[in-house]
Write a protein that binds this ligand. Structure first.
Ligand SMILES: Cc1ncc(COP(=O)(O)O)c(C=O)c1O
Ligand SMILES: N[C@@H](CCOP(=O)(O)O)C(=O)O
Length: 468
């Protein structure tokens, strides 16, 4: 049966996967979610224990794309994507203590978890756009990792021009170079004189009004507002849980969180039947979600620039998808709530019963820079294993919030430390070597345009380069 998608704000057309892939934000400003969540029984999940990552990915992803992508084509894409990862297990689990693990999600081409979904997204776009004889414009905002993974995932797509906005001077040098050194006339890097939230706001505003593309091109999202991102990220929860004894044994996850996409994928895995007992929202000092979960006060504060730049996000887009469920999928009620939250003027609180529902599964914890560094040092001294600073935030939060030490606690290892020189050096370690395919990254030529954080200027740049 073809999967249908609905908007969290209840006032946009229902779409198929193919249209959701190409739509980004819903026309009512909401985010698309599956109308019905695919469910797997315990027996079904147990029967997947010996599957390879690619085989498992097919089981988990197919229900979401059914009706838009045929099973054999999906298999081909999945095989191609995950055979290109630098570890045969694709997402290996590394033990760091008794019942405590790091799920390594950095063996893809750009060394962060984004590759899992963005490599797939590039193939899915090619498949759909070839069939429709359409060209699109991709517009994405990055705090460092989405940008390079999106460029790497779509650079070979024939029908795509890609524009990535990153905050000027606020991503690491490796992250910047991973974006700005990729060759291709269809690749455009924009360094905006502002922060990630301004970039994300410009992307969202552009989905709302695409007149700058003169009705000739559709705008496509590579950020996790695009359901295709979340869908592929669900797989590694199943993979790691099965590796550690699920479905007979429950599991818990700690997730370094910014835009709430990765942890939302874990929440989806639970809804689909995986026995996830606890999900920890681990944040840096940009801790709006931690303050909200612990005090029931949603208040957006000015963004802080930290040694975990990828998590320097004040407004977490995907939190809306969780709120939609907490509001029993009442789109109109959610639209009212989002209007208040997005006004960023007052502190917004939820009805305590709704927050209590979230707290049954979620805990939260915020980690400052000093503690991030200490955790990198602590884990290295205990095990000889060097964490990237984002993952260190996850490990610290896991250790602080764990509910049941008998349940395996898995922290998502969201990036490789080689991307974050400042943190690695502050922690007193030598930089690891860049992998072979990036060995000359620091010598490659860069291409980037610096623009003010002004929507009309950014849109004019995109139009000029799309229609030149
Ligand atoms: C290394 C790293 N860790 C954690 C996150 C946060 O993930 P999410 O935005 O899905 O919450 C990001 C960016 O998204 C990231 O790049
Ligand atoms: N941390 C991200 C920010 C964008 O998040 P996304 O998952 O919604 O793309 C980044 O590194 O760019």
């Amino acid at each position: 049966m073809a999967m249908k998608y609905i908007s969290t704000r209840g006032n946009a057309p229902e779409l198929t996967f193919e249209d959701v892939l190409l739509t980004g934000l819903a026309s009512d400003g909401g985010l698309y979610v599956p109308k019905e969540v695919p469910q797997f029984t315990k027996e079904e999940i147990a029967s997947w224990r010996d599957l390879s990552y690619a085989e498992l990915a097919h089981k988990v992803i197919y229900p979401f794309v059914e009706g838009s992508v045929d099973s054999d084509s999906l298999k081909k894409m999945i095989d191609e994507v995950y055979s290109g990862f630098g570890h045969k297990a694709v997402a290996p689990v590394q033990q760091i203590d008794h019942n405590e693990y790091v799920l390594e999600l950095f063996h893809g081409p750009t060394l962060a978890f984004k590759d899992f979904a963005l490599q797939m997204l590039g193939r899915l776009l090619d498949y759909v756009l070839e069939r429709r004889h359409e060209k699109v414009v991709i517009m994405g905002a990055t705090s460092g990792d989405t940008g390079s993974a999106a460029i790497e995932g779509t650079k070979a797509c024939k029908n795509v021009d890609i524009f990535i906005l990153h905050p000027h001077g606020k991503v690491s040098e490796v992250q910047r170079r991973q974006m700005t050194t990729v060759e291709g006339d269809n690749i455009h890097n924009i360094a905006i004189e502002g922060n990630f939230d301004q970039a994300q706001d410009m992307v969202k505003a552009s989905f709302g009004d695409q007149a700058f593309l003169r009705g000739e091109r559709k705008l496509v999202a590579v950020n996790s507002i695009n359901w295709a991102r979340i869908m592929s990220q669900i797989v590694y929860y199943f993979y790691s849980a099965l590796n550690l004894g699920a479905p007979e044994r429950p599991v818990a996850y700690s997730v370094p969180t910014g835009n709430f996409g990765d942890i939302f994928a874990g929440y989806m895995a639970k809804k689909m039947g995986l026995p996830v007992e606890q999900l920890i929202i681990a944040t840096n000092s940009n801790d709006v979600l931690h303050r909200f979960m612990s005090q029931n006060q949603y208040e957006v504060r000015p963004l802080k620039h930290t040694i975990t730049p990828s998590m320097d996000i004040a407004v977490s887009s995907n939190f809306e998808r969780l709120l939609f469920d907490l509001y029993d999928r009442d789109g109109a009620a959610l639209a009212d709530l989002m209007a208040k939250m997005n006004a960023k003027e007052d502190i917004v609180s939820l009805d305590e019963s709704k927050l209590a529902k979230a707290r049954e599964l979620f805990d939260s914890y915020a980690v400052n820079e000093d503690v991030t560094i200490e955790t990198m040092q602590e884990v290295y001294n205990e095990t000889g294993y060097l964490l990237d600073p984002h993952t260190a935030i996850g490990v610290k939060a896991a250790r602080a919030c764990r509910r049941n030490p008998r349940i395996p606690m898995i922290t998502l290892g969201t990036a490789h430390p080689v991307k974050f020189e400042e943190a690695v050096q502050r922690a007193g370690f030598d930089m690891p070597a860049l992998p072979h395919h990036l060995a000359d990254l620091m010598d490659r030529d860069e291409r980037v345009s610096v623009l003010p954080a002004e929507l009309d200027k950014v849109q004019a740049f995109i139009a000029e380069n799309t229609f030149k």
